[in-house]
Design a binder for this molecule. Structure first.
Ligand code: CS2
Length: 489
């Protein structure tokens, strides 16, 4: 160990010898490995194994990770960083099986077979917002999306998460087995209900009896997940090497972790509450709070920070004007829209978020958060903005955010440095930028994207003017001077 102070490093090894598979997970990304798999690991360790091991599958991309997990004997590391001096290094063995069931992947049948086993009682998902193929604003299934059209035509070899769930449920139904419970762990409002909508609608297109069975028998509890897990980079692997860890499947994350789950598992569940999971009757207040406070703040930093060529969340938080923006956004544009269970302290929650964002041992890139804005903005900003407008409250920060997002989707920052616009609607954004010259025309065209903006918002004169003004200001003065003008003058 080089300059690091060893006394702040805690190592936790995995020590149970076997666990059977009771959970299938779709979306073997960094977040799953650092969040759910850690809760399951702690629970398996507590019980010296048991029946709730995980089979985790990638269904769209990243076959390499599946191979790497096999290469490291299905044991990988999670590096939890409270700051650069306080680190917990955990060995995780809760993912007992890893599959690649993506296009041309070898394991689709193995995955569907696993999902059809009676021992599997829960299927969890982190496939990102776009992985459900729902209209982000209305929540309706995108029947015309090519991947959904494929799954309708070839239901036995599905490519999408909803298609895989429907096929697995159809096989269980045909075999006379009980269904599994479907637990969505993506950052969407009412995420259980959204997942149910995608699965039910796809099943209905295929077979009315199957759809009715799903409607009557399958539980789709909602959940709120929270842990900041940046994508791994060369520098995170270098950090690991400093700790003596050579593990291509490792992930680095913050030490904070939260999971709030609606307690509705008719087929049974692990006693996750022993690991600090909040098992509750209603997740909605927690989900709305987290989406608008944490994720909404993240998106503000992402677009406005990236336009100034700022690299990471902690670099952005080093700018007092961006901290002032987040404070005002949370206090004036989010907290008034929330109704929380008694005893919740939203001001303290806001403070704790700013501390987490300032963690400079994580290199959480703003461009990573900026991805897929079309899928994220409705739940992070726009639903709250609409209720603020209806109640006559301030929408300044969100209007600045929307202006920042529109400018970001042009594919360059304010100094002309180019970036990739990573979004399922990127081609449409490019076409809008190419054909609308003035901020007035551009804003009207963007607000008319009804997959993103609810009509009441798109047509609200005060909101339109606020976004147009913010576009002019950003272009003329840059981000810092614009924020100083809006926040302090
Ligand atoms: C981030 C989230 O990339 C993003 O959009 O806002 O991944 C965020 O880090 C997590 O939701 C934190 O729980």
């Amino acid at each position: 160990m080089s300059h690091r102070d060893e006394s702040h490093l805690e190592r936790i090894n995995s020590h149970y010898s076997a666990a059977d598979i009771g959970i299938v997970h779709l979306g073997l990304g960094a977040f799953h490995r650092a969040h759910q798999a850690v809760y399951v690991e702690r629970n398996l360790a507590r019980h010296h194994g048991g029946g709730w091991g995980i089979c985790s599958a990638n269904i769209r991309s990243n076959q390499t990770l599946v191979t790497q997990l096999h290469d490291v004997g299905m044991r990988y590391h999670v590096v939890e960083q409270r700051d650069s001096r306080h680190i917990t290094l955990r060995e995780i063995a809760s993912i007992r099986e890893a599959l690649y069931a993506g296009p041309d992947g070898p394991d689709l049948e193995a995955l569907l077979g696993r999902m059809s086993q009676p021992e599997v009682r829960i299927v969890t998902l982190t496939v990102t917002e776009k992985g459900y193929y729902l209209n982000p604003s209305s929540g309706a299934l995108l029947l015309d999306a090519p991947a959904i059209a494929h799954d309708l035509e070839h239901p036995q070899s599905p490519q999408t998460a909803p298609g895989i769930l429907v096929e697995a449920l159809a096989r269980r139904h045909a075999a006379g087995l009980a269904p599994f419970t479907v637990l969505c762990c993506d950052n969407m409002p009412d995420n259980g209900q959204r997942t149910r909508q995608a699965v039910f609608e796809l099943a209905r297109q295929r077979d009315g009896r199957l759809a009715a069975w799903i409607e009557q028998n399958v539980a789709f509890p909602s959940s709120m997940v929270d842990r900041i897990v940046p994508a791994m980079t060369e520098s995170s692997f270098a950090q690991l090497a400093e700790l003596g860890v050579d593990d291509p499947a490792a992930v680095v994350c913050e030490s904070f972790s939260q999971w709030v789950v609606e307690d509705h598992f008719p087929q049974g569940r692990p006693d996750w509450e022993l690991e600090g999971v909040q098992m509750v009757a209603d997740v909605a207040p927690f989900e709305t709070m987290k989406l608008r406070m944490l994720n909404g703040s993240h998106s503000l930093l992402a677009y406005l920070g990236a336009l100034e060529n700022i690299d990471t969340v902690s670099d952005a938080i080093a700018q007092p004007v961006l901290v002032a923006l987040l404070r005002r956004y949370m206090q004036q544009e989010v907290i008034p829209t929330l109704s929380m269970p008694e005893g919740s302290d939203l001001a303290a929650y806001a403070d704790s978020l700013l501390v987490r964002f300032a963690n400079d041992s994580l290199r959480h890139r703003l461009h990573q958060i900026a991805m897929d804005g079309s899928q994220k903005l409705p739940q992070r900003w726009l639903q709250g903005t609409l209720s603020n407008l209806q109640a006559g409250r301030d929408v300044t920060c969100t209007a600045l955010g929307v202006a920042g997002w529109i400018r970001y989707t042009a594919g360059s920052d304010l100094s002309g440095n180019l970036h990739k616009v990573d979004d399922p609607m990127a081609d449409r954004f490019a076409a809008l930028h190419a054909t609308h010259a003035t901020p007035e025309a551009l804003v009207t065209a963007f607000l008319s994207l009804d997959e993103v903006f609810p009509v009441e918002l798109a047509e609200h004169p005060h909101f339109i003017n606020a976004v147009v003004d913010a576009c002019y200001a950003l272009q003329a003065r840059g981000v810092t001077a614009t924020l100083e003008h809006y926040l302090y003058e």
